[in-house]
Structures are given as structure tokens and as C-alpha cells.
Ligand binder design. Structure first.
Ligand code: CDP
Length: 220
């Protein structure tokens, strides 16, 4: 599935598996470049939180679709970051709760959910330059952007990073589900720059990305 990409501002796509360091890199890049930071995973997490609040099972795609039709999902800007409101509530503090960690990959596999998130991201790109992190940003949501990065790290390093955040998160299970799903799986877009961050600091990753963006002609 390739989402059609309407005319939009500049988009820097940062994709990669769980706990690869995408968020830290994307947030710092947004600060350096002045682009708005959008964490697409947070939108999938917010939807999952809402579904669980409504006592809908994460495999019931019809009920999920029904709940999303009436949910009212909006994104607002706060400190140059896009924050999601669902049913008028900002679920921010619950996005990394255990039940959300466990169910988000299941909820994210449904085309109705993915199309909704892609639509929100396209809307954001109508009005702002964006740095968007996720799984399918360069491959599906913004296939035409020239600025694509795939941030990776070894499974051991990613496990350590997630443990250091004090979270119980079965990232191997989530990675497997994200890579194997039929719709918009986690893949390396063919024109993405791959950066293995296993032995790099955030600053070194940022420096590499900024160097590559300059080479690509982005005026920064
Ligand atoms: O922070 P972490 O890398 O652990 O995950 P996240 O970016 O918060 O994403 C949580 C989950 O949302 C992923 O495991 C995917 O199941 C889903 N997701 C997706 O399907 N597509 C995206 N573009 C972003 C996230």
C-alpha cells in the first residue's frame, strides 16, 4: 500500500525498529533545524490506548474502525512538537503503559488504522516542515521525500536502551509483528540512508544526518 502524497512541506523521515534511538535523534534534529517533530508511533499508541479504554479487544478490527469513526482525533502543536488529542483527551502519560506496549503492534496492523494515521501526517505536512519518526514513513507515508533515514542498532543494544528507560517492553515480539504484517511492514526504504547507531552517541548520529542532508542540498 502506498499512501498518495499530496503537495506538502519538506519531510525528513526517520524509520527504524523499537528502541533504536529514533525519538532522541528526531527530537534533537527538530530542535536544530526548526522542523516540527512528529512521533507517528505516539499516534498509534494513542489510538491503542483509546481502544483499550473503550474495552475493545485489539483484534476486533470492525469495532476499532467504528470507535475511530466517532473518536475525534486532532493534532496540536506544543513546543514545536505535534501532540495528539483523542476524544478531547491528551493520553500522553499513558502512551508507554504496559497494556499499550503489548497491544500497539496488533492495532497498528489494520489498514483502517494506518490510513487514518497517514491522513493525519499528510495534513500536518500541509502546514509545516516535519521530522517524522516511525516504521513506514519513508516507504509508504511520504515515499516522495528525498530525506529518508533508517536508524538501527543491534538487538542487544536496543534491549539495553529500553531497559535503561525502566520499561517492560517486549521489543523483539513487537519488531517481529511490525516486520511481518502484510500492510506497511517495517522495511528499509530502498533510497534510505541506513545508520547503525549501536556504537554511536546521539550527537554523532545527528552530525551524520546533518552532513547527509547538506550533501542532498537541504539548505541548513
Ligand atoms: O518507541 P518505539 O520504537 O518502541 O515504538 P513507537 O515508535 O512508539 O511505535 C509503537 C508501535 O506503533 C510500533 O511497534 C508499531 O507497531 C506501530 N507503528 C507503526 O506501525 N507505524 C509507524 N509509522 C509507527 C509506529
Amino acid at each position: 500500500m502506498h499512501a498518495s502524497q499530496p503537495r506538502c512541506h519538506r519531510v525528513i523521515a526517520i524509520d527504524g525498529p523499537a528502541a533504536s534511538g529514533k525519538s532522541s535523534v528526531a527530537r534533537e534534529l527538530s530542535r536544530r533545524l526548526g522542523f516540527v517533530y512528529v512521533n507517528s508511533g505516539a499516534i498509534y499508541r494513542a489510538i491503542t490506548w483509546h481502544i483499550l479504554q473503550k474495552k475493545i479487544h485489539p483484534e476486533e478490527s470492525d469495532r476499532i474502525a467504528g470507535a475511530l469513526r466517532v473518536a475525534g482525533i486532532t493534532c496540536r502543536l506544543q513546543d514545536n512538537e505535534s501532540r495528539i488529542l483523542i476524544g478531547g483527551v491528551d493520553p500522553g502519560e499513558h502512551l508507554r503503559d504496559d497494556p499499550v506496549n503489548k497491544s500497539v503492534a496488533g492495532v497498528s496492523q489494520f489498514p483502517v488504522v494506518r490510513q487514518l494515521v497517514a491522513k493525519k501526517l499528510h495534513e500536518d505536512a500541509q502546514s509545516h516542515d516535519l521530522i517524522v519518526e516511525g516504521r513506514d514513513i519513508g516507504s509508504v507515508v511520504f515515499p516522495d521525500t528525498p530525506y529518508k533515514f533508517y536508524i538501527d542498532a543491534s538487538p542487544e543494544v536496543r534491549l539495553q536502551r529500553r531497559a535503561a528507560q525502566g520499561e517492560r517492553d517486549e521489543i523483539a515480539i513487537r519488531d517481529r509483528a511490525d516486520s511481518l504484517r502484510p500492510v506497511s511492514p517495517l522495511v528499509i526504504a530502498k533510497d534510505a540512508h541506513v545508520i547503525d547507531t549501536s556504537h554511536l552517541t546521539i550527537q554523532q548520529v545527528i552530525d551524520q544526518i546533518i552532513g547527509l542532508l547538506k550533501k542532498m542540498g537541504l539548505p541548513i
